[in-house]
Design a protein around this ligand. Sequence first.
Ligand SMILES: Nc1ncnc2c1ncn2[C@@H]1O[C@H](COP(=O)(O)OP(=O)(O)OP(=O)(O)O)[C@@H](O)[C@H]1O
Ligand SMILES: [Mg+2]
Length: 254
Amino acid sequence: MVTIKAKGLTKRFGDFVAVDHIDLEVKSGKIFAFLGPNGAGKTTTIKMLTGILFHDEGELEILGVRNPYPDREIEVKKRFGLIPEEPRIYPYFKGYEFLNFIMAVYEVDDRVEQRMKELLEAFNIDYLDKYVSDMSHGMKQKLLLVSVLMREPEIMFLDEPTVGLDAKSAKILKLYLQRLAQEGKTVFMTTHILEIAERMADEIAIINKGKIIAQGTMEELREQAGTEGTLEDLFLKLTGQEEEIKRIVEELKE
Ligand SMILES: Nc1ncnc2c1ncn2[C@@H]1O[C@H](COP(=O)(O)OP(=O)(O)OP(=O)(O)O)[C@@H](O)[C@H]1O
Ligand SMILES: [Mg+2]
């Protein structure tokens, strides 16, 4: 089933086109990696897909609901989870208060509470009595991940989810996302760590200056780039940064 569909999706900030007529199609049971250089338009796209920003042009279909925002926003938002770029949580909550709040808002059942306990243990979260304002970036990120993963939503949107995570937590997150995909959920993630995308993603899209410049499986991307090699090699070639890097390295040598 196609769970995320965008056609001609466009976002402008004044005269600047941040996302320029992009098409996306993501199926359930897949891990989709959305890659691109800084400022390419990844976060802006995730914001449009999750109803945080309205698009200026184009069509959107999420979980079978056509153009869900704003009319069917709540209905759709119940069914997906979002890990935004910055783990912003109300700072005057203690950790457990935040989780209780999420459980109340989503009216979850006992199974979710059980999963929450397992996840807290897996991520070594033993700081639930601390205020969010006193938590480190990684501590907040893990708390947010638990609050979303425990719901096992039909789509998980994750914007740079491994930033700030220690090695064990990042590994657990990767295993968990793979399990969710195997169970038929959709994972839509951005990452600058291309090894993660290469190892995990069923499909990859590369956005550059607001436009999608390549999309497909690793094999298909290799064909498009006309080169073998790692995703890092392909990425730098497709985004036209390969030559620039060579020049900079030469200059550094001098
Ligand atoms: N609210 C805004 N007002 C004006 N410009 C914006 C706004 N939000 C984003 N932009 C611009 O849109 C472009 C895309 O930004 P976006 O945050 O989507 O990039 P990104 O691909 O997520 O980058 P990064 O990898 O650094 O997170 C950038 O040029 C950014 O400055
Ligand atoms: Mg971003």
